[in-house]
Design a protein around this ligand. Structure first.
Ligand code: PEP
Ligand code: MN
Length: 336
């Protein structure tokens, strides 16, 4: 449930309510809004009784949250959450673009890609050092050497870095290098990893599993939020359907649906969503038109030679075109 404090409530009043909640063995998540503080109460619902809180001083209202996700819900927080990644705001109204190769392959490749995407207007650099590949014989990523190359590319370009974390045992290592830690589609259901990431002190990019319902997607976000990490960015990257023309079916329905149900920002990855370089630009335009807070785009200087996902990677030239087109859609939306 949510405890809505009076706009006249002092810090002391909030502390008193929080202490009362904790005395009952429940968790309190205060969130200070522009006008008033609201306190999310999380725990075994059987222990919750509205009157235990509604009669406390400076409590205006006590509202049950009926959705299974609480802290991720729009009821808990009416304002949009803005996640700051190395000085870049995601969810603040300006489109945030993450671009770079599927995998980090070499110093030359990552630095050249970083420069190209920065010059085209990207905000953050992506690149996988730990790769969840379908085949055990495929390139698995450079591991820590890849993370070091990403750090080098950050020094060269000033772009913050986004990279995948696959193992709970590697959280500290990856967090040492990454500005935004990516939980891949295959790990969205890995609750042990999500719990480990709740305490990492860095923002998380949570990709939707290709078979996850919107409810399951938001419940995974809830693991991060309830564990104490408020900085969660959602990412739609396509789901499995009967369609075999494309690698996945980009479910743009979830973009406005997330906006209704949650306060968290959501970005779209049309590279994995389509699996085809020639569909990435039109689907990027569509994602922005649907209200996405950002895009994640795979870019490679020589897609034909990429170690992974070359068929869905844009050349730097095509990425420049993409940026011009999505900025035009963004301007059209702002002019409404
Ligand atoms: C990726 O971003 O390169 C990736 C592996 O994505 P996903 O987890 O969405 O398949
Ligand atoms: Mn990829």
């Amino acid at each position: 449930m949510i405890i809505v404090m009076s706009s006249r409530a002092t810090q002391e009043d909030v502390r008193h309510v929080v202490a009362t909640v904790e005395k009952l063995g429940l968790k309190a998540h205060p969130s200070q809004g522009v006008e008033r503080t609201i306190i999310g109460v999380i725990g075994d619902e059987r222990l919750l009784k509205k009157e235990q809180f509604s009669l406390l001083p400076m409590v205006d209202d006590v509202i049950p949250i009926l959705k299974p996700y609480k802290l991720a819900s729009r009821e808990f927080r009416r304002e949009n959450t803005v996640v700051n990644v190395a000085g870049v705001s995601i969810g603040g109204g300006k489109l945030a673009v993450i671009a770079g190769p599927c995998s980090v392959e070499s110093e030359e490749q990552i630095v050249a890609t970083a420069r190209a995407v920065r010059d085209a207007g990207a905000d953050l650099l992506r690149g996988g050092a730990y790769k969840p590949r379908t085949s055990p014989y495929a390139f698995q990523g450079l591991g820590e050497d890849g993370l070091k190359l990403l750090a080098l590319a950050r020094r060269e370009t000033g772009l913050g870095i986004v990279t995948e974390i696959m193992e709970s045992s590697e959280v500290d290592l990856v967090a040492k290098y990454a500005d935004l830690l990516q939980v891949g589609a295959r790990n969205m259901h890995n609750t042990k990893l999500l719990r480990a990431l709740a305490g990492v002190g860095k923002p998380i990019l949570l990709k939707r599993n290709f078979a996850a319902t919107l409810n399951e997607f938001l419940m995974s976000a809830e693991y991060l939020l309830s564990g104490g990490n408020p900085d969660v960015v959602l990412c739609e990257r396509g789901i499995r359907t009967f369609v075999e023309y494309t690698r996945n079916t980009l479910d743009l329905n979830v973009v406005p649906a997330v906006k209704l149900l949650s306060h968290l920002p959501i970005i779209v990855d049309p590279s994995h969503g389509t699996g085809r370089h020639d569909l990435v630009i039109p689907l990027s335009r569509a994602a922005v038109a649907a209200g996405a807070d950002g895009l994640m785009i795979e870019v490679h200087p020589h897609p034909a030679e990429a170690f992974s996902d070359g068929e869905q990677s844009l050349t730097p030239d095509a990425f420049r075109t993409l940026m011009a087109e999505v900025r035009a859609v963004e301007r059209a939306l702002q002019a409404r």
